[in-house]
Design a protein around this ligand. Structure first.
Ligand code: HEC
Length: 147
């Protein structure tokens, strides 16, 4: 090992601010690119997905609308299948949608049913088509109690 001379150390000290600001610049750039990529577009969010439900699906009535037994069954299914991403209170964890949001609370039950069945795999929402329709409607009934 060669002992550092004063000269070397001084040169190093002069370099620190330059390196520091280069690192800051790089970080700022990365952060702004990431932010731009995350900026909500028209294709984003649960509202966008729910508005894509075909008219036929949207107009399907919920056979359990407002029935507390169905809501209780839906709540159980929710804790089993959904809470890991949407949180046990439905407020959403990480990037999963907040199920209390107006986009979801104002959506027609048929659109929610359709969204559960199809999921939105590209955005991380799984398809629940393996659940029987009855359970999907129970889930929709429960979701509608979350406001
Ligand atoms: C693996 C994580 C995950 C699980 C499990 C999950 N979701 Fe989602 N869910 C998401 C994500 C992520 C979104 C946001 C998708 C988007 O940007 O449109 C979402 C969106 C939604 C939406 C809005 C419609 C849409 O497609 O955007 C509803 C309603 C919903 N989830 C309900 C549920 C219910 C009910 C369950 C349980 C049967 C469930 N989710 C399970 C991750 C999950």
């Amino acid at each position: 090992m060669i002992p550092k001379t004063h000269h070397n150390r001084a040169a190093e000290m002069r370099n620190i601010p330059t390196r520091w600001s280069a690192a800051c610049l790089a970080l700022t750039l990365i952060a702004s690119i990431a932010l731009a990529a995350r900026k909500p577009g028209k294709d984003d969010g649960p509202g966008a997905q729910l508005s894509k439900a075909p008219a036929r699906a949207r107009s399907l009535p919920n056979p359990f609308m407002g029935q507390s037994e169905a809501a209780a069954a839906g709540r159980k299914l929710y804790q089993q299948h959904c809470a890991e991403c949407h949180g046990s209170d439905g407020h959403g964890l990480d990037y999963a949608a907040d199920l209390h949001s107006p986009a979801i609370q104002d959506a027609p039950p048929g659109a929610l049913f359709w969204a559960l069945r199809n999921g939105r795999i590209r955005k991380g929402m799984p398809s629940w088509s393996r659940l029987p329709d009855q359970q999907l409607w129970q889930l929709v009934t429960y979701l509608k109690t979350l406001h």
